[in-house]
Write a protein that binds this ligand. Sequence first.
Ligand SMILES: NC(=O)c1ccc[n+]([C@@H]2O[C@H](COP(=O)([O-])OP(=O)(O)OC[C@H]3O[C@@H](n4cnc5c(N)ncnc54)[C@H](OP(=O)(O)O)[C@@H]3O)[C@@H](O)[C@H]2O)c1
Length: 246
Amino acid sequence: MSSTFQTAVVTGASRGFGRAIAAALVAKGAGVIGIARDEQELRAVRDELGEGFTAVVGDATDEALARDVIRTHRPGLLVLNAGATPHMAPVHEQSWETFSRNWDVDTRHVFGWTRAALREPLAPGSVVVAMSSGAALAGSPLSGGYASAKAAIRYIRGYAAEESERAGLDIRFVTLLPHLTPATGLGSVGVAGYAARQGVERDAFVEGLQPVLTPEQVAEAVVDVAADPGSAAEYRVSGAGLRPIG
Ligand SMILES: NC(=O)c1ccc[n+]([C@@H]2O[C@H](COP(=O)([O-])OP(=O)(O)OC[C@H]3O[C@@H](n4cnc5c(N)ncnc54)[C@H](OP(=O)(O)O)[C@@H]3O)[C@@H](O)[C@H]2O)c1
């Protein structure tokens, strides 16, 4: 087994994409440290996945947690997937607090863990996979700062890859940009919001997303890019598969 898959950290491992990613990595023989705030949901994942899964209840934006988890477990793979559900409303119906929510969670946690990955640093050959979104390319008129928060994650990846190279750390940084999917709690809220804005039924809107992306496909994408030392830096992920960007 490659060292990438010996020990992995997955943030936001309790539901949706993160849960599927944790399951796929455990199936590959990895020990997975799964992080989320809701203890009950994390415990349910541990019950399902068994000893290969270690639940760490905490806020992924806490930089001390990132540092301590990296020091304690020495992961070869970080999957920075945690994300807040955006407040769905047009810009003039947002407050700054709702507009910036995804900066405070998604971007901030990717910043903190990326910083820790470089400063500790992770072992040579390690991989950091961060979850951006197709919205970073297309915009998100109903979910406030979501698109720009996810765009910032793409920039952080680029900065980190450059510093890794300058310092000869041999840590690979990859960003995934999944397509909107109704298959998770977060995606479902997005689908409901955009369907209502277009004045169509949810099912009709979902029809336009075919083939619908599943959490298992996102998990497969993570496993594939983590295992491929020659991976691209960024990929779109849709129900049709992985497509490198650039
Ligand atoms: N679903 C889509 O359509 C879609 C499309 C593109 C990109 N994405 C991105 O993919 C990622 C996963 O989304 P999902 O759809 O799987 O969402 P989800 O089902 O709502 O799961 C989000 C996960 O993040 C955790 N989380 C949220 N805030 C956290 C915090 N401060 N600290 C630790 N964990 C936290 C949640 O657990 P707790 O609440 O218990 O902490 C949960 O485990 C997100 O970054 C999202 O933006 C999703």
